[in-house]
Design a protein around this ligand. Structure first.
Ligand SMILES: [Zn+2]
Ligand SMILES: [Zn+2]
Length: 348
């Protein structure tokens, strides 16, 4: 008889239940991970509140860490020892589209068409006891790292990709807009890159934390026009790099207006609702500024994120708002959707 395991499935608006499904058996090239921590990202939160209408039931969870439980017959156990701490890149790519074959697999045309055909309940499957994934999606973590920190590999990888788009040079002025988890990770990585970091965030408690995490100066965008403030702080030039981590079109426009000549503006967050913004093509012509975005982690950025966490170069400790066991997953989701809450992690 096949073994069973527990998963947490979203079954209705604001309702998540523990269900029993068949425990997966790793196929030849797969690794079975015993999941120890799974962080609740905005994506799962939107599924829970039905802001995104996924077919239900749905098992979310894509920011995971755990230990290797078993490996398929074609996986070398000396590369992936049983019991080793790992993180996994659960959002898989096709490997055969134009972007996958040109080193831009985070732009894969099929990236949102999850292959969950082998899952009893559809979804990314991180909110469960076990998951079987291809060895190519599994990244070894150092032994000293906690599972909660390991669960940050995926969100940190997304931010690593964003930071790379910003092409920060030593001593440059970097503006991070928004002091949520993603804004905080942008601050920490920009500091590692040797930038002078200005954070724009209306909430005072958050502003204080941004300073603790390394921001050089925190401004309140509601107190004074943030574009003018940035110009004043940069001898009238504007910033070298701006990362917008908020989903608001009007803020995205401010981000562009904060940029100086040769500046780089990165739209990190998805924008809801996607209201067009106005940009002067003449200014773009004269400034040689670059306006770009960042979406999903590449293989390379995932590898970098795992290194940064494993070596303790990035410590996400202060970004964890609470941990809940799998049995309390309903409470975990309710907590996660409270505005201004940092990461909630489901542990087991
Ligand atoms: Zn995520
Ligand atoms: Zn592809």
């Amino acid at each position: 008889m096949s073994e069973k395991m527990k998963v947490a499935a979203i079954t209705d608006e604001r309702k998540v239940e523990i269900k029993e499904v068949t425990k997966p058996i790793p196929s030849a090239n797969q690794i079975l991970i015993n999941i120890k921590a799974c962080a609740l990202c905005t994506w799962e939160q939107r599924a829970f509140t039905r802001l995104t209408k996924m077919p239900l039931p749905f098992v979310g969870g894509h920011e995971i860490s755990g230990v290797i439980e078993a490996v398929g017959e074609k996986v070398n156990v000396s590369d992936f020892p049983i019991g080793h701490k790992v993180a996994a890149r659960l959002i898989n790519v096709c490997g055969k589209c134009y972007f996958c074959r040109n080193g831009m697999e985070n732009l894969c045309v099929e990236i949102n068409n999850l292959d969950d055909s082998n899952m009893e309940i559809p979804g990314t499957g991180g909110l469960g006891e076990y998951i079987a994934v291809n060895a190519s999606q599994v990244y070894k973590l150092s032994d000293g790292i906690s599972f909660e920190h390991g669960a940050f590999a995926e969100p940190l990888a997304c931010v690593v990709n964003s930071i790379e788009q910003g092409k920060i040079q030593l001593g440059e002025n970097v503006v991070v807009i928004g002091g949520g988890v993603m804004g905080m990770l942008h601050i920490m990585l920009s500091k590692l890159k040797g930038a002078y970091v200005i954070i724009s965030e209306p909430d005072e408690t958050r502003r204080r934390l941004t300073l603790e995490l390394g921001a050089d100066i925190a401004i309140d965008p509601l107190e004074k026009d943030p574009v003018q403030t940035i110009k004043d702080m940069t001898e009238g030039r504007g910033a070298d790099v701006i990362f917008n981590t908020t989903p608001i079109s009007a803020v995205a426009e401010q981000a562009v207006n904060m940029a100086g000549y040769a500046g780089r503006v990165v739209m990190y967050s998805s924008i809801h609702p996607d209201k067009p913004i106005s940009i002067s093509p003449q200014w773009l012509h004269k400034s040689q500024a670059i306006i770009t975005g960042a979406v999903s982690p590449s293989v390379r950025s995932f590898e970098m994120a795992v290194r940064l966490l494993s070596k303790g170069l990035i410590n996400p400790h202060k970004l964890i708002a609470g941990t809940y066991c799998l049995a309390d997953v309903q409470k975990a989701f309710e907590m996660a959707v409270v505005p201004n809450t940092y990461r909630i992690i489901v542990t087991q």
